[in-house]
Design a protein around this ligand. Structure first.
Ligand code: NIG
Ligand code: FE
Length: 429
């Protein structure tokens, strides 16, 4: 039996969720600590008539309602009970790839693409990432933080409790640091968990056009050391792509990041195929997009703990007819995560449920695979699997409650928000 006085002694009132039609624990007893692959991605650890006890921001008990209730004393004063009859309860979504540090939508780009221009053509004509720089460079840290916070709130009403947030629209020493400060400021005003990433290598800024080597030197020798020193980011990301940074630049930036004990991730194979062999020895936490991943790289990825993070909202918004090859990756044993890619150029959506829908309808992922990709494997992509991504005793109490009876409905309904409550670190968001 739980010693309730001890549980109740925490800062926040304990919460007992009961009678969930389906509690998706994401426990996979045989899967270990690694990212979920292949058939493991279909194991949701479902408990019918499920309950979760939350105390001090952590999960204190999980199981069938009767079993959890039996562990509690009959006197439950001070315990907030939430009846989850007819609902699905699951770990809060981990949105492991977002770009929220921008100030304005890119509506001219949007109309140009509708008229037939491609993402790269729009960028070459003066739109694209570079056209977001001015707003960010001119914004105050407080203003930028408000934009980030607004996005975080929109994410959490749809069930997201952990967000990776990148800089990348400042592209100068000052504006990248300001973006990371804004991300940190926003995270202080939000109950979910935020992981900051330096994306100074998003594109070469106009000041360094024609001299990308010099910009890469600035990143490696000045920006990365300063960011590390001030603990402004956990990861360094690179847009490794035609029109952005070459693989040799990516390696230099990875080496600098590793030298400063920062984690590594990259945007790769979004528009063109890249050889992943030179990048994998750096053990990137994730490689993201992966639309054009080469067959030869699949066994190497499958043998690594690098997660392939797929971002189908970008394909949807760019009006593409092809989507990341989820089936080929999963069936090859590669660990797959899903994220929104929230950004003004290719994916202006905060919605993980929309991403689940796109993953199932366009990429032929099963709903169970999509849920694993959006929770456990998202946590793995941020190397937070010890705290996030499944409902297990001792983990952070991050949960989403959906007003549906069957987990498949999470990916089935779209254009409507069925999330009725989000709990982060044991408190309602
Ligand atoms: O992930 N590909 C690079 N970065 C973003 C797009 C950024 C933008 O267009 O503003 C992406 O799709
Ligand atoms: Fe991105």
């Amino acid at each position: 039996m739980f010693a309730l006085p001890r549980i109740y002694s925490g800062t926040f009132m304990p919460i007992l969720l009961t009678h969930a039609a389906q509690l998706l624990t994401l426990r996979a007893p045989n899967a270990g600590e690694g990212p979920r692959r292949g058939a493991q991605m279909r194991e949701l650890g479902i408990v019918e008539d499920g309950a979760v006890l939350i105390a001090n921001g952590k999960i204190a008990a999980v199981g069938a309602t009767d079993d959890v209730a039996r562990q509690l004393p009959p006197e439950r004063a001070g315990l907030q009970e939430i009846d989850c009859r007819g609902k699905v309860v699951l770990p809060g979504f981990v949105d492991s790839h977002t770009h929220p540090a921008f100030t304005a939508p890119r509506l001219v780009d949007f109309e140009k693409r509708i008229a037939g221009a491609s993402y790269e053509e729009v960028a070459e004509a003066g739109g694209g990432i570079r056209s977001s720089l001015r707003g960010v460079r001119e914004a105050s840290t407080a203003d930028l933080a408000q934009h980030v916070l607004h996005a975080l709130r929109q994410m959490s009403v749809q069930g997201t409790t952990t967000v990776e947030a990148k800089s990348g629209y400042g592209l100068s020493l000052e504006a990248e640091i300001k973006s990371l400060e804004a991300i940190r400021e926003a995270s202080r005003q939000w109950r979910g968990t935020l992981v900051a990433t330096l994306l100074g290598a998003h594109v070469v800024p106009p000041e360094y056009r024609g001299n990308p080597d010099e910009y890469v030197r600035l990143l490696c020798e000045e920006l990365i050391p300063q960011v590390a020193e001030r603990e402004l980011a956990t990861y360094v990301d690179v847009f490794c792509e035609r029109g952005a940074f070459r693989p040799e630049h990516t390696q230099l930036i990875f080496r600098a990041a590793a030298g400063h004990k920062l984690g590594i991730r990259a945007h790769v194979c979004q528009l063109t195929a890249a050889n992943l062999v030179p990048l994998l020895p750096f053990h990137p936490a994730s490689l993201d997009h992966m639309d054009f991943v080469r067959d030869d790289d699949l066994p190497l990825l499958a043998a690594s703990n690098t997660v392939a993070t797929l971002l189908p909202a970008a394909n949807y918004f760019l009006g593409l007819s092809t989507f990341p090859p989820a089936r080929r990756l999963i069936d090859s044993g590669v660990a797959v995560a899903l994220a929104t890619d929230y950004n003004p150029g290719t994916a202006p959506t905060p919605s993980m449920p929309f991403v689940l829908s796109a993953a199932c309808t366009q990429m032929k992922m099963l709903p169970a695979e999509a849920i694993t990709a959006a929770t456990y494997n998202g946590a793995r992509a941020l190397q937070l699997q010890h705290r996030k991504g499944s409902l297990q005793v001792g983990k952070d109490a991050d949960l989403a409650i959906f007003d549906v009876e069957d987990y498949r409905e999470l990916a089935y309904w779209f254009g409507v928000n069925r999330c009725s409550r989000t709990i982060a670190m044991g408190r309602s968001l």
